[in-house]
Design a protein around this ligand. Structure first.
Ligand SMILES: [Zn+2]
Ligand SMILES: [Zn+2]
Length: 282
């Protein structure tokens, strides 16, 4: 098991503690690297993202922590960028070279071409997912899921994020009610999107949050998708998507076991110069 995490939320966005509290926990757990990834600022009121006014402070405080802990733990700066066509900013508005060590891209809000409202597929409430599906997509799950993967694919091709966050988050509130992950139409969408990831050269994270939050009984993405990623030679990393220091290692050991069982031998991590590959230590 490798000791690092690249997907971490603090009180700069919807996390529960200050960056240094995560660093203290990471040091206790023997991490060599800890990357912070606040939710990117969005051009509308919301409860989860970093506010634009705090962006400069976000960068400077993480830089100060990087320097303070040099030699003890590698503190990296990133951001989890939301991609919403026509609404979110270009990732490069915030991630200009030299400002961030890597970028994470993810879809939490799905846009229908026919509706101005956005479908929020994350968060603890299944009712909210069901309501959005009904009101924004007229209950048409295939159309809704197609829009989700089209958005992920467009993000991958236009923004080329370093890491793709929770690739199949769309399944979280589904709970096998509206679609099955083995249905051909769903598998086709997954396959097409994976090919875009492969072409862009991005890393797919194995996100453990659904498991330790008890919201999902599999990782994002599911094992079948990871098998396809291996086939396409897409690099993977393991992220806890921690929103509290105690979550940094949640189900991480299990994720490494799964990757190893599937046949992966290494995982992607980052240092100050860019992406590095590390062997999976069993
Ligand atoms: Zn996310
Ligand atoms: Zn996250």
């Amino acid at each position: 098991m490798n000791h690092f995490n690249l997907h971490t939320h603090t009180d700069f966005c919807d996390g529960t503690a200050r960056p240094e509290e995560y660093i203290a926990e990471a040091l206790r757990a023997g991490f060599h690297t800890l990357g912070f990834s606040s939710h990117s600022p969005l051009p509308f009121q919301n409860a989860f993202s970093l506010r634009n006014e705090r962006f400069a402070e976000y960068l400077s405080s993480l830089k100060a922590l990087h320097d303070k802990y040099k030699g003890k733990i590698r503190v990296l700066t990133s951001m989890e960028f939301d991609y919403i066509p026509g609404i979110s900013d270009d990732f490069n508005r915030y991630a200009l070279p030299g400002r961030m060590h890597y970028t994470i891209g993810g879809v939490h809000l799905v846009k229908s071409p026919q509706n101005r409202d956005l479908w929020f597929i994350d968060g603890p409430k299944q009712e909210k997912y069901d309501q959005g599906l009904k009101e924004i997509f007229n209950g048409d799950i295939r159309k809704a899921v197609r829009c989700y993967f089209a958005q992920v694919k467009e993000m991958v091709l236009t923004q080329k994020p370093g890491i793709i966050a929770h690739f199949d988050k769309i399944k979280m509130h589904n709970k096998a009610r509206f679609f099955g992950e083995h249905e051909p139409w769903y598998r086709d969408l997954v396959w097409e999107t994976l090919q875009a990831v492969s072409a862009a050269g991005s890393v797919i994270e194995v996100n453990t949050r659904g498991l330790y939050k008890n919201r999902c009984d599999t990782f994002y993405p599911s094992a079948e998708i990871l098998e396809q990623a291996l086939h396409l030679k897409i690099p993977v990393t393991v992220s806890s998507d921690a929103h509290a220091p105690g979550e940094l290692n949640g189900f991480v050991k299990e994720a490494y076991t799964l990757l190893s069982d599937i046949g992966f031998r290494e995982v992607a991590c980052y240092d100050e110069q860019g992406r590095i590959m590390l062997p999976i230590n069993e």
